[in-house]
Design a protein around this ligand. Structure first.
Ligand code: ZN
Length: 132
């Protein structure tokens, strides 16, 4: 915390002609101001990080092994579970043939294949010969 009475003290020292002492005290205050500014910037970053964590805890959900982010009106995802669990990074999975793949860690998640259409047994196409 900055002690504002020191400014009055500096002013009194200048008024009394004790400029060297006043200058020394002024340098101390300047150093303290710089340290406070650095601390304030560090705390701002910390607050922003906590706000991000709070936002994710309210809006991130895990369904069927994937992470989804729900924002007002939009559901985003799926995001890679490996990257979020290990680094806290939301990496959107990309769809490939029957799999979701992470472009960062390369993890693949197989998707269920659609059922292959089979002709019902006993119902084969019937070949009708041309009449000669
Ligand atoms: Zn990943």
């Amino acid at each position: 915390m900055l002690d504002y009475r020191r400014f009055k003290e500096i002013n009194d020292l200048f008024a009394a002609g004790r400029t060297e002492q006043a200058r020394h005290l002024l340098m101390e205050l300047q150093s303290r101001c710089i340290a406070l500014r650095d601390e304030m910037e560090r705390l701002k970053v910390q607050i922003r990080t906590f706000e991000d964590i709070l936002y994710l805890s309210k809006n991130l959900s895990r369904e069927n092994g994937f992470y989804w982010l729900t924002t007002p009106g939009v559901r985003q995802g799926p995001f890679c579970p490996q990257c979020y669990d290990t680094m806290g990074a939301l990496i959107r999975l990309e769809k490939e043939d029957y799999a979701l793949c992470c472009p960062y860690c390369g993890q693949r998640h197989a998707l269920p294949r659609p059922p292959v259409a089979h002709a019902p047994a006993g119902r084969m196409a019937r070949i009708i010969p041309f009449v000669r």
